[in-house]
Design a protein around this ligand. Structure first.
Ligand SMILES: Nc1nc2c(ncn2[C@@H]2O[C@H](COP(=O)(O)OP(=O)(O)OP(=O)(O)O)[C@@H](O)[C@H]2O)c(=O)[nH]1
Ligand SMILES: [Mg+2]
Length: 275
């Protein structure tokens, strides 16, 4: 069956969805990347204002949970024109999918109509829990005084999220999954300060989740990439000035397995399209 080119970005709050879309928009305007703008996009006020904030050296703001901005950007990729559908919504909605195990019509529609999913995970915010299988009881007992952690781990929440969305789409897991194609984007890569590859980081930070994906997806139908859409935090005056002096499109990079730093952020979309 043909796989369509509709892309769904999925990510809990604060994983950098809006920042990425604003930076992607800047790259498309620049017309230097693999994907280029074909004509003026409609309905991208939210992204434009995030882009303008970055140009002022300010961080983007959390997207309100009630927002459901359907962004449509006409692009040219390999001399073919198509519409890039990227949805910007408040990540709280994604958190609720897992917390309540409920999805509404909007999410059924999203899960069904988009054959290409990009899952945003911010590895620096993934909590590391004690792993008995790796360290043994001696170390566990020393740590016993720490406050107990309740609730499911971040990794299992991501597993549940993927399961909820597959259920909404009506995709079973009896056979290895071919569609939706899945690109796992490890965001805010700059926060990691690491020489590891994106695959290495996912394996290190989320071994259970990695196992879940590799056990259920066809190897050719998923991939992992690192993204730093902003390149550094905008917390200090000095960093904010850098954004003020240069345009936002001078910042940000991808981490591909074969090419550690790729400045062309549009290649993330290319990756999702060529899976
Ligand atoms: N260091 C660093 N910070 C980043 C990067 N991308 C985004 N951030 C910061 O991460 C925070 C969240 O980014 P957003 O783009 O608002 O995240 P979101 O996924 O749209 O969040 P919601 O709208 O709440 O779902 C902001 O403070 C950004 O400045 C990055 O590449 N590096
Ligand atoms: Mg947002």
């Amino acid at each position: 069956m043909a796989v369509n080119n509709e892309i769904l970005i999925i990510g809990p709050p604060g994983t950098g969805k809006t920042t990425f879309l604003a930076q992607l928009y800047g790259r498309l305007l620049e017309k230097k990347g693999k994907l280029q703008l074909a004509s003026a996009p409609e309905n991208i006020d939210g992204i434009k204002s995030a882009y303008n904030k970055l140009a002022d050296g300010k961080e983007t703001e959390p997207t309100p949970s009630t927002d459901n901005l359907e962004v449509k950007i006409p692009v040219i990729y390999e001399r073919q024109e198509f519409v890039l559908h990227c949805k910007d919504y408040g990540g709280e909605q994604v958190r609720d999918l897992v917390a309540l195990m409920e999805y509404d019509k909007t999410w059924i529609e999203r899960a069904k109509t988009n054959d290409r999913w990009i899952l945003f995970i911010r590895p620096s915010e993934i909590e590391q829990r004690f792993d008995l299988s790796k360290k043994g009881y001696a170390e566990k007992n020393q740590k016993e005084s720490n406050l107990p952690v309740f609730g499911t781990s971040n990794q299992s929440q991501f597993i549940e999220l993927v399961q909820v969305l597959l259920h909404a789409r009506g995709t079973g897991m009896k056979d290895p999954i071919n569609t939706p194609r899945l690109l796992i984007a490890l965001t805010c890569w700059d926060e990691l300060v690491t020489d590891l590859t994106p695959k290495g980081i996912l394996q290190q930070k989320m071994p259970l989740f990695t196992q879940f994906i590799t056990a259920n997806w066809l190897p050719v139908a998923f991939d992992i990439i690192g993204v730093s859409a902003q390149e550094f935090p905008l917390k200090t005056e000095e960093d904010r000035d850098k954004y003020l002096d240069d345009m936002p499109e001078n910042f940000g990079y991808l981490v591909l397995d074969d090419n550690p730093r790729e400045k062309d952020l549009t290649r993330l979309i290319e990756k999702a399209l060529t899976l």
